[in-house]
Design a protein around this ligand. Sequence first.
Ligand code: COA
Length: 260
Amino acid sequence: MPYQNVKTNVRDGILVLTIDRPKVLNALNAATVEEIYTVFAAARDDDNLKAVIVTGAGEKAFVAGADIGELATKTAATGKETSERGQFIFSYIERFPKPVIAAINGFALGGGCELALACHIRIASEKAQIGLPEVSLGIIPGYGGTQRMARLLGKGKALELICTGDRIGAAEAERIGLVNKVVSAEQLMTAAEEMARKIMSRGPLAIRAAIEAVMSGSEMPLQEGQFLGATLFGLLCASEDTKEGMRAFLEKRTPNFKGK
Ligand code: COA
């Protein structure tokens, strides 16, 4: 399908989704957010796609935020609608049943930071600059960033970053746990693909269950989260993949998982 604002490329079962509006540092207008959703919705049912990497076009930016030109026209009603739609789509990414890795190649600000937060794993180039500068514009992060940042970093650090609007560099982002790993700009896509390939070599049903257990479970009280974990564990025990994984271990060979 032809897209106006994103590019897609498939390499060895990995879908690379590139936000592609370099003239505005890949800022997210409504059309781009919808295209991101369309790409993910199609990838969900495509058995040939096993993982997704999200990145930004050009040297400078992952995504420099929501498109401020478009935001400036919002009313109370359309602003709420925009926020709710973005939240829905970013939650769809967060609950995606295949691993989603953000390869943060530069500015990840506002909606760009929120997009990265919705991904399961974040790998940053040394050039990355990350932040939620919305308060400088008189708004707050609208695509779930207040919630996800507080859950990832704790309320104190999240409030510091959200209320100052400060950008932080890659090393600081790694130090506080905002990104998983920092690599050179040249190594970024290789590192993201290596991570995706490693996850893809594991049992796909187990990966799906792990994402669900962590993402849904962390929204529940501990007992309920543990119940979810036990239920998923039990379901996996009945799968062919589990039998294959254990047989392969005992036979000292690489497992051949089928996702069944
Ligand atoms: N929305 C719309 N356009 C944006 C944008 C955004 N979020 N971020 C950057 N752009 C545009 C700029 O207006 C500029 O357009 P122009 O060439 O027509 O003037 C172009 O992208 C390049 O940006 P520029 O500001 O010239 O680059 P820079 O290297 O000097 O600064 C940033 C880079 C990211 C620090 C700066 O662009 C910025 O602060 N952007 C807004 C970040 C933000 O507040 N995001 C949250 C939005 S809710």
